[in-house]
Ligand binder design. Structure first.
Ligand code: SF4
Length: 413
């Protein structure tokens, strides 16, 4: 049969969709672009914001409308949090953020039944009861440039604005030897870059015997697959310690690009967010990285207009951003996420004000990015070309050249 996939949300979702695509191909089915006629349409949804919910609902309705007799199957975080809403969108199959193999079995079974005889199946499962890491094949883009490797699922941080712990359940990690074997296999397949990813990568290992640390995993993977350059997904500031830097600083194939979630540069706001660090600890991490990885790129996420954020608190955040000198930022105006403690906090900041603060922060982010790029002038960067003339350097700076070079080549520029 023909199957199309549509993915919303984070790298973990992208990874899980890629794994499902591989599995469906292995089972003899044909992938078609989403929006074209198909026998089955899979929507892997996101629920990280109300916008994610809205887009997820829209994608399911679109699939139903455009492919009226197809099996429409929904998985991911949206039905995990809002099973009742997901059940009302006209899909045939609704599951959650795990059990992707069972999900595909059920999809195939439904496709074997004429549309009029299909019985709707809703089974999102209970993420809080999940204890095992779900093994899925790692892979990536068809042109074999960058592969994703998910090594961790779940989060128990319960940041006050975030619904993800309820959608993904407790921390589960891929054991070290399996992660190493997957990295070696991806290198053998010709990938040039591996992105280590997880819902909360910093917690990798906390559920494994002996509680290995993320830096031990990074060392293991970098050494086992020296032809891959290894990029790290988002880390929490607590991960960056002297030990982390000593483990990682000598690894030639580890990208000097670190994404440390900040969310706010004001300690009072961070406490309301239930983040587990203050600005002093965050800055310590940034300084450690700069000491051990001179010239490295430090990128971050920021939420503006969090409940109770005053003008003074936002000004503190802007000051702190300048202190950290980020090379790139993702900035989000806060929007209340129903079901989270922050949605119930007093002093909600009007949306317009949150957006205005996001604009101010974006302007500062643009200036800091420009400064970082200027500091790269006259340096030689190793660029992995994803198209004939565009690629990313090890520090995640986007590079364009005037001539065509072979895709998937890694060249000094
Ligand atoms: Fe959400 Fe915080 Fe966990 Fe990130 S660390 S997934 S923001 S609860």
């Amino acid at each position: 049969m023909t199957v199309s996939f549509y993915t919303l949300g984070c790298k973990v979702n992208q990874y899980e969709t890629q794994a499902m695509e591989q599995e469906m191909t292995r089972r003899g089915h044909t992938l078609v672009p989403f929006g074209e006629p198909a026998d089955a349409c899979v929507i892997n949804t996101c629920s990280v914001t109300a916008e994610g919910d809205r887009k997820s609902r829209g994608a399911v309705r679109r699939a139903r409308r455009e492919c009226p007799s197809a099996v429409v199957a929904v998985c991911g975080c949206f039905p995990q949090v809002h099973a009742d809403q997901a059940a009302e969108l006209g899909a045939d199959l609704v599951m959650g953020s795990a059990d992707h193999g069972v999900f595909l079995d059920r999809l195939e079974a439904l496709a074997a039944v004429p549309p009029a005889d299909r019985a709707f199946l809703l089974d999102p499962g209970d993420p809080m009861k999940r204890r095992d890491f779900e093994r899925l094949p790692a892979g990536g883009l068809a042109d074999r440039t960058r592969a994703l490797l998910k090594v961790e699922d779940g989060c128990v941080n319960f940041c006050s604005y975030c619904i993800i712990p309820y959608a993904r359940g407790p921390v589960r990690s891929l054991p070290m030897d399996e992660a190493r074997a997957q990295a070696v296999r991806l290198a053998e397949q010709g990938y040039r870059e591996l992105v280590l990813t997880g819902i909360e990568l910093s917690s990798w290992g906390s559920d494994l015997p002996g509680h290995p640390l993320p830096e031990q995993l990074i060392l293991e993977i970098c050494e086992a697959a020296p032809s891959l350059r290894v990029r790290l997904g988002s880390l929490e500031p607590r991960t960056i310690t002297d030990s982390f830097c000593q483990y990682c600083a000598g690894l030639d194939n580890l990208c000097p690009h670190f994404h440390l979630s900040l969310q706010s540069g004001c300690d009072a706001t961070l406490r309301r967010m239930n983040r587990k660090y203050d600005t002093a600890r965050y800055l310590e991490s940034v300084n450690l990285l700069r000491r051990y990885f001179p010239g490295c790129a430090v990128t971050t996420d920021l939420i503006t207009g969090f409940p109770g954020e005053t003008e003074e608190e936002f000004a503190e955040t802007l000051d702190f951003l300048e202190t950290c000198r980020f090379s790139a930022m993702h900035i989000f105006p806060y929007s209340p996420r129903p079901g989270t403690p922050a949605a119930e906090l007093p002093d909600q900041v009007p949306r317009k004000e949150a957006e205005e603060r996001a604009r101010k922060a974006s302007f500062l982010a643009w200036k800091m990015k420009r400064d970082y790029l200027e500091r790269c002038t006259d340096s030689v960067l190793d660029v992995l070309f994803e198209t004939g003339s565009r690629g990313y350097a090890q520090n995640y700076v986007e590079v364009r050249v005037d001539e065509e070079v072979p895709r998937n080549s890694l060249l000094p520029v």
